[in-house]
Design a protein around this ligand. Structure first.
Ligand SMILES: CSCCC(=O)C(=O)COP(=O)(O)O
Ligand SMILES: [Mg+2]
Length: 244
């Protein structure tokens, strides 16, 4: 696939640049088992106080206590609810796992090369995931390919951009990165996310990794199995051909 007049790419994590099973089978259980311990260890500290406030607002229960907080978080984790307070505490707990070298972020083998190639082509590179921005950064800093954070310009999450199935979230990212919608390409494995990006005027490319149980194509979007065959240029095709 060749795309011209691209100024920025925005990439999803789970299922696109990293393994969905690593998120669901390694990261989610790691945090789920540690919610209660985290609250006990950080009681009264600023992140604890802020998180309890966020949880009370999000659940609509102003009297929510620690036990209720752990129950809500556990239920959201089991149902993969993209709730910002869940994403925040998961990121805080994973950070402790990365610091102990117990956790590693999973990044597909083709991703570092693609990011480096696009950087050489003058194309900005951002991540947009439901995981908190801190969790996204940790994932790439502690990846199975080493620290990949120098290859990335920034991270967007539910708090900074909004839900991934809402066109307004993509408009918010366009404003933040200062790139026109048609100059931005979004890569994701989820059709509804690609639809929302396309509604906002972005170009949208589906990624379906080999063996994905949902099949090799995403209806309505050009689909690639990996990023190594994706060639992106800042200029028009004609300008590329006439470059000396
Ligand atoms: C390292 S970020 C963890 C990913 C996560 O928590 C999640 O819910 C996956 O969301 P995505 O938007 O990347 O599908
Ligand atoms: Mg995904």
């Amino acid at each position: 696939m060749i795309l011209s007049t691209v100024r920025a790419v925005v990439l999803d994590i789970e299922g696109t640049t990293g393994s969905a099973s690593h998120v669901h089978d390694v990261l989610f259980p790691y945090a789920r088992e540690r919610f209660a311990d985290w609250f006990a260890a950080h009681r009264g500290e600023p992140p604890w106080t802020e998180l309890m406030e966020e949880l009370r607002t999000h659940t609509g229960d102003p009297r929510l206590d620690e036990e209720g907080a752990v129950a809500a978080l556990t239920s959201w984790s089991d149902q993969d609810v993209k709730a910002p307070p869940l994403k925040r505490i998961q990121g805080l707990i994973w950070a402790e796992g990365y610091a102990r070298s117990t956790l590693t972020g999973h990044v597909y083998d083709d991703v570092p090369g693609a990011l480096a190639r696009w950087r050489r082509s003058g194309i900005d590179r951002y991540i947009y995931s439901s995981g908190s921005a801190a969790a996204q950064r940790d994932w790439f800093v502690h990846s199975n390919h080493g620290d990949l954070s120098p290859l990335l310009n920034g991270y967007f999450d539910l708090s900074s951009a909004g839900g991934k199935r809402e066109p307004e979230s993509y408009r918010a990212i366009s404003r933040a990165i200062g790139v026109p919608a048609h100059g931005t390409v979004f890569f994701s494995d989820v059709g509804e996310e690609l639809d929302a990006a396309a509604t906002a005027g972005w170009r949208a490319v589906a990624v379906r990794r080999p063996g994905d149980p949902r099949g090799p194509e995403v209806a309505g979007h050009p689909t690639v199995p990996a990023l190594d065959g994706v060639r992106l240029h800042r200029r028009t095709r004609r300008e590329e051909e006439t470059r000396t």
